[in-house]
Design a binder for this molecule. Structure first.
Ligand code: DUT
Length: 205
């Protein structure tokens, strides 16, 4: 886990929240609510219905975890702690391991803790990453990718409703995102800008 990558994510998160709401810290948004609702969506993508054949939708599960990471970082930023202190906290608490066989039980533990005190439980989140085999690098790549898509959406009318979620081929922007990210090198400094340009090209196609 790299302190530089953590710092980049914290800065991107602050920038994204500011793009959506200039004075976001003063609003005291219910980030914990966004997290538990995403947990329910994640559960659906993972599958839990015993009366129906279901298999985990691995890509969607990963995307939901990444959305939760956005909201979790927002809770940590909202606390007012310095970026260095938040980064230290992430490095010590994000231990990617679990002793639970059933991912869904870990997910419920995380959702219950979130609803309990409205904080971001890094240790329990890390168990979810372990449960679906997500590494820190995959979290980083996925996070930067979704953050760029979130900016792209805001720049293209997401708030006023003029944004088209389904692109020329009828598939959702999230699906295009996953495809484009795979063609780029996320470790390069230009990754963000290249990704944004690739999204523009596909959106206009
Ligand atoms: O102030 C905000 C508001 C939203 N987000 C991010 C978090 C998450 O990555 C995304 C919203 O999640 P999602 O894409 O699931 O929400 P949606 O707008 O309901 O879209 P979808 O229909 O794809 O679920 O926006 C922020 O970072 N800050």
């Amino acid at each position: 886990m790299n302190a530089q990558q953590i710092k980049i994510m914290l800065e991107l998160q602050d920038a994204m929240n500011t793009k959506v709401t200039a004075d976001w810290r003063a609003r005291g948004y219910e980030w914990y609510r966004a997290i538990w609702v995403e947990c329910a969506e994640l559960m659906d993508h993972y599958g839990w219905k015993w009366w129906k054949k279901q298999a985990p939708d691995t890509e969607q599960v990963a995307l939901e975890l990444i959305d939760i990471w956005h909201f979790g970082l927002s809770i940590l930023l909202q606390s007012g702690a310095s970026l260095d202190d938040i980064s230290d906290k992430i490095q010590s608490e994000l231990v990617i391991a679990t002793d639970e066989q059933d991912f869904r039980l870990d997910l419920e533990k995380f959702a219950a803790a979130t609803l309990g005190d409205r904080q971001f439980h890094l240790g329990l989140f890390a168990r979810l990453m372990a449960g679906v085999g997500m590494s820190f690098d995959q979290l980083y790549r996925g996070y930067v990718g979704k953050n760029v898509l979130n900016f792209f959406r805001q720049d293209h009318g997401y708030k006023d409703g003029s944004y088209r979620k389904h692109w020329h081929d009828g598939r959702e922007d999230n699906e295009h995102l996953v495809e484009v990210v795979l063609t780029l090198d996320a470790t390069k400094a230009e990754f963000k800008d290249e990704l944004y340009r690739a999204l523009v090209a596909r959106y206009q196609a």
